[in-house]
Ligand binder design. Structure first.
Ligand code: ARG
Length: 399
């Protein structure tokens, strides 16, 4: 009888490597390892080879850095997406893309199973499982790392017993998930929310105390809500985000330390380095404030918030998320222009903004010469504006 095939969302790390022999032995599957590069991955070829060493029949790398930014991260940017006001969702945004790639491979390889290495406590298992089912409900999603009950040292022994020798002994106290939109650092000392993150948790940002004494200013340009240039120099999404990461990191900007409400009901202490994404969200929102009408600004806040929750909760491919994204895309047609971002000692703020579609009218706003605002209309407007509450007050206020 032919063996069943399973596509494994592979990272090259200890858990997903151990999953290869584990699933072969436990279920008798043929395993195809698939590693999706969503940015910041080094030495992809050696990671790919690890999958073969672990016993996979094939091991592939899928390059998806640019696709990740344009089709996922920038869609979230248009929504100024910050979960609980702080986290730019880099992990949450990568899972639907990884899932999509896994489903494509499953179809290519005639596989009915897709496996991932997520643990039972995280959000990512939900995002992978639900995304895959949205794309192909006939595929069975497996997450054996949730149940195998093996610790890190046990996993190393498990591989060693099978003669699988991988360079995985180095002990990293943290659990890291990183891509072009950010870096998450969990576990180790960070599990105590009272303990300040140790210096070694951070990799891309300096301590703000050690940042340069000189402020730095750059100009970020957007076209229809998408960042396209820095200081007038056009660049592709990958280069642009990487550049903002470096500038922010140098100034100690982009560190987030928060207690977050996970989808599975747990509160967790999360530490992020998100200099590039956070700067872009600040700049993007600033430009929206210049070109949106008041009604659009207010209404979109609610849409942004809802989409942010859907992304966090693994519902990227849901009908509601599609509908909200199409509203948001429509809203971006005038979000074109420039924002001056200023960096200094752990901070980043907008120091100026301009757009050909700016609704800012100096003649209306000015307290100086050239004022065209109708002063006499103000009085009558206020009279009517306050009328409902005045009527109420007359009715109910005890004299
Ligand atoms: N708390 C973040 C989220 O749920 C980051 C998760 C990081 N993922 C990981 N496998 N370490 O999106």
């Amino acid at each position: 009888m032919e063996k069943e095939r399973c596509i494994l969302a592979y990272s090259g790390g200890l858990d997903t490597s151990a999953l290869v022999p584990y699933m072969q032995e436990k279920f008798g599957y043929e395993i195809v390892c698939a590693l999706v590069n969503v940015g910041r991955m080094k030495d992809l070829e050696s990671l790919r080879l690890r999958g073969l060493t672990a016993g996979a029949i094939e091991s592939v790398v899928i390059e998806a850095e640019e696709e990740f930014l344009t089709d996922y991260a920038f869609e979230a940017l248009k929504a100024n997406a910050l979960y609980e006001g702080k986290y730019p969702l880099h992990s949450a945004l990568s899972r639907p893309l990884i899932s999509k790639k896994m489903v494509e491979l499953a179809h290519q390889w005639g596989a009915k199973y897709i496996a991932h290495g997520c643990t039972a406590k995280g959000n990512d298992q939900v995002r992978m499982d639900v995304s895959i089912r949205c794309l192909d409900p006939d595929i069975t999603v497996l997450g054996p790392a949730r149940e195998w009950g093996m610790t890190r040292p046990q996993l190393l022994d498990y591989l060693a017993e099978r003669g699988i020798d991988l360079p995985l002994t180095k002990k990293n106290p943290y659990s890291i998930d990183e891509n072009l939109w950010g870096r998450a650092i969990e576990c180790g000392e960070l599990e105590d929310p009272w303990v300040a993150p140790p210096a070694d948790a951070y990799q891309f940002t300096v301590d703000p105390a050690d940042a340069p004494d000189e402020a730095e200013e750059i100009v970020v340009s957007f076209e229809k809500g998408i960042p396209v240039a820095i200081d007038g120099q056009k660049m592709g999404p990958v280069e642009l985000v990487e550049k903002l990461d470096i500038i922010g990191g140098k100034h100690g900007f982009g560190r987030v330390d928060m207690v977050e409400n996970r989808l599975v009901g747990i509160k967790s202490r999360e530490t992020y380095e998100v200099a590039g994404s956070l700067a872009l969200i600040k700049a993007h929102k600033e430009l929206e404030d210049l070109v949106f009408t008041r009604e659009l600004s207010r209404f979109k806040l609610g849409v942004d918030q809802r989409l942010t929750e859907l992304i966090y909760e693994g519902l990227w491919f849901s009908p509601l998320a599609y509908c909200l994204r199409s509203f948001i895309t429509e809203s971006q047609k005038h979000v074109t222009g420039d924002v001056r971002l200023k960096y200094y000692k752990g901070n980043c703020w907008a120091a100026g903004r301009r757009s050909p579609y700016s609704l800012y009218d100096t003649n209306l706003a000015t307290y100086g010469h050239g004022d065209t605002f109708s002063h006499e209309s103000a009085k009558g407007f206020i009279q009517l504006w306050g009328l409902p509450v005045e009527v109420y007050a007359r009715k109910h206020q005890a004299k």
